[in-house]
Design a protein around this ligand. Structure first.
Ligand code: GLN
Ligand code: MG
Ligand code: MG
Ligand code: MG
Length: 421
């Protein structure tokens, strides 16, 4: 297989480019890249490029600090950064022995994608990325607009157009960008793409948003709960499973509604919701968002078009069955998007594997359920603090199946450090 990769034609369009960036992600979701002169690119496509892992958060755990970035040819894109058109590849992080580094979130996601393929599924997702637009100096929201308010109340419309154009040029597929409920709060919604590309694209979307907003002397804040009394920033994921051979949407029942596979996938997400949360929520701020009253979930329930549920089944308009999908509303952008999606997919697949029975959908605002009702309905309560999540991280068999001890150790230390701040 190595050989055939080497013999692959150099087919990406590098015409006119002077620099190419080799991107990778650390386990806290931070974006990094090594930039290379164009002459160096053919060599790197063959054998990767070594960088100092001990200077990047999350890769200093193993004795040897060299890490190797190995580019994925299919991830190539070109776009304009700081006025320069550049080429870009996403990389898998390898150890010096050329093994997949267990702390690389893209490697974790790849393992789960491989598992899905063995079960006969291909997974697509799209992110809804919420963020506040703040004045760089005052750190206050730049407007007082609400959900879908037009200008002049909404002061972010020019910024959103700039995002849209930049995203299109970078090859990101955008569904919509709109003002959200909070003052200065906005949202980018991408389109369904293979799950790895969705995660890569989400990280580029956040990065370009940071670059573009700085031109306005504004900052974009994606933290889960930047202000206590106004809505938090979710990172909802929409998920669709397809048959790997026929490419049919296996979440849609033939007669409409959800298929058995979809219901099992939902059951898996609910059963392992505490574990999913413990992995993506490695920051105390995650738990400030998961409170009642702000359209963020606190219990592991599901329902149709119910925004207090952890899993929501979006209405699909005039019955286009290919659109049938499920939405996981628990996530946020405080950590790695790749790890978030890896855990969502892993949990859903477990539901199918374990042939789980899906509990009944819980109708109404579940924030008002009593303790007895929660017990009777066997509803899991999402973790309410980082210490609680660190304990789950330590004890969960589900997490241990997908997250290597070296990554777990890092997350534990990272979490403890964040608690001190
Ligand atoms: N901001 C909410 C959250 O924290 C979501 C609001 C919405 O998209 N309806 O998840
Ligand atoms: Mg949305
Ligand atoms: Mg939203
Ligand atoms: Mg949503």
């Amino acid at each position: 297989e190595k050989k055939s990769q080497e013999n692959q034609q150099f087919e990406e369009n590098l015409d006119g480019l002077r620099f190419v960036q080799f991107h990778f992600s650390d386990p806290t979701g931070g974006l990094h890249y090594m930039e290379e002169s164009i002459d160096n690119v053919p060599g790197i496509l063959k054998s990767g490029v070594g960088v100092d892992g001990s200077s990047v958060i999350g890769f200093g755990q193993v004795e040897k600090s060299d890490i190797i970035l190995f580019p994925e040819r299919s991830s190539f894109s070109r776009f304009v950064v700081e006025g320069e058109e550049i080429g870009m590849y996403w990389c898998h992080v390898l150890t010096p022995e050329l093994e997949k580094h267990p702390n690389d979130p893209r490697n974790v996601l790849q393992l789960v994608i491989d598992k899905a393929a063995k079960m006969g599924f291909e997974c697509e997702m799209f992110s809804e990325l919420e963020f506040y637009v703040l004045d760089e100096k005052t750190r206050k929201p730049v407007d007082n607009a609400r959900y879908l308010s037009p200008p002049p109340l909404d002061k972010c419309s020019r910024l959103r157009y700039d995002f849209g154009h930049a995203y299109e040029k970078a090859g990101l597929k955008v569904k919509r960008i709109h003002h959200e409920l909070g003052p200065g709060q906005n949202e980018v919604e991408l389109q369904l793409t293979p799950v790895m590309k969705n995660c890569d694209d989400s990280m580029i979307a956040i990065w370009l948003a940071q670059l573009i907003s700085s031109k306005y002397n504004w900052v974009v804040d994606f933290t889960p709960k930047p202000f206590p009394e106004i809505p938090g920033n979710g990172l909802h994921q929409h998920i669709r499973l397809k048959d790997i051979k026929t490419k049919e949407n296996v979440m849609a029942a033939k007669e409409g509604g959800l298929s058995k596979i979809a219901l099992q996938f939902i059951a898996g997400m609910l059963k392992y919701s505490r574990d999913i949360t413990a992995v993506f929520g490695n920051d105390p701020n995650t738990y400030d968002r998961l409170k009642p009253g702000y359209e963020a979930p606190i219990y592991a329930t599901w329902d149709y078009s119910n925004r207090s549920a952890l899993v929501r089944i979006p209405a699909i308009g005039k019955g286009d069955l290919s659109k049938t999908r499920v939405e996981f509303r628990g996530g946020d952008a405080s950590g790695s998007i790749h790890l978030l999606c890896a855990m969502i997919l892993a949990a859903g697949l477990k539901g199918i594997e374990e042939n789980l029975e899906c509990p009944k959908n819980t109708i109404g605002d579940v924030a008002h359920l009593t303790e007895q009702e929660l017990k009777d309905l066997k509803i899991e309560i999402l973790p309410t603090s980082l210490p609680e999540s660190l304990k789950i991280l330590e004890e969960s068999k589900f997490i241990a199946e997908f997250i290597d001890p070296s990554l777990k150790t890092f997350m534990n230390q990272n979490g403890l450090q964040k608690m001190k701040k």
